[in-house]
Write a protein that binds this ligand. Structure first.
Ligand code: PEP
Length: 259
């Protein structure tokens, strides 16, 4: 059985004055919640403060990006060892906002994925089609291309250490989530590809989370699908109580699924 996973992606939100109470609220709200793993990904500037708040709790720290090199002359960039030093365990890679806004290519995302793995960070590799690609019937072609390129040259045994996030671009920040069956269909397709790229056992163990307008109202139905192993949450993770509700509903659905 795969442990459900909920990831809060705070994006470019969270001064320290905002980040501290948010992290504290999530930590305290989940004190008695079991059977789910929760990750908070604040902006780089809040990693240390949030890490201190989460220390000793069940909520773990993640980052929103990293550079593929361990160090070097790359002004403004953050290297994987800088993240692990602060206690990060996860890193979001290939988010569609970075693909679109700063032109991240599959090739760069692949280098970052390999670097993250080499430094002991679990990549949360994001794939997803645009509205136009879905209209043209290119959903599977798009996510397959992104997955194969993102995992190129990653040894089969290392693929087991990756988390995938299916994030249809048309659902991110729009309020219009994919239906549970739409998401489950793509997750199943991705898992089939993972079987081929790694092994059937590894594919069965890899968590594939869904992202795109997840909120308290839809979290449980999404997580009830056997192919959906949790959620990558943007906007709704900026409210501690709202995010805690999503995590608890995901845990509950996962527990029901596992029975
Ligand atoms: C995201 O940022 O990955 C995301 C899914 O955003 P939202 O939940 O706001 O759609």
């Amino acid at each position: 059985m795969r442990m459900p996973l909920c990831v809060g992606n705070w994006k470019m939100f969270g001064t320290l004055a905002e980040a501290r109470p948010l992290a504290t609220g999530v930590r305290d709200g989940l004190r008695r919640t079991k059977d789910v793993e929760t990750v908070l990904c604040p902006p780089f500037t809040a990693l240390q403060a949030v890490g201190e708040i989460l220390a000793g709790s069940s909520v773990v720290l993640g980052a929103q990006n990293c550079h593929p090199e361990p160090s070097g002359a790359h002004t403004g960039e953050i290297a994987p060892p800088m993240l692990t030093e602060l206690g990060c365990r996860y890193v979001i890679l290939g988010h569609s906002e970075r693909r679109r806004e700063v032109g991240e290519t599959d090739e760069l995302i692949n280098r970052k994925t390999r670097a993250a793995l080499a430094h002991g960070l679990t990549p949360i590799l994001c794939v997803g089609e645009t509205a136009e690609e879905r209209r043209q019937g290119l959903t599977f072609t798009t996510v397959e291309g992104q997955l194969r390129a993102g995992l190129a040259e990653v040894p089969a045994e290392a693929i087991a250490g990756v988390v995938l996030a299916y994030e249809p671009v048309w659902a991110i920040g729009t309020g219009a989530n994919a239906t549970p069956s739409q998401a489950a269909e793509v997750h199943g397709y991705l898992r089939g590809l993972l079987s081929e790229l790694a092994s059937k056992d590894a594919a069965g163990a890899i968590r594939i989370v869904y992202g795109g307008s997840v909120k308290g109202e839809n979290a449980e139905l999404l997580a009830a699908e056997s192919e959906i192993d949790g959620a990558l949450v943007g906007g709704a993770s900026l409210n501690a109580q709202g995010f805690v509700t999503i995590v608890k509903k995901t845990a509950r659905a996962g527990a029901v699924r596992g029975n």
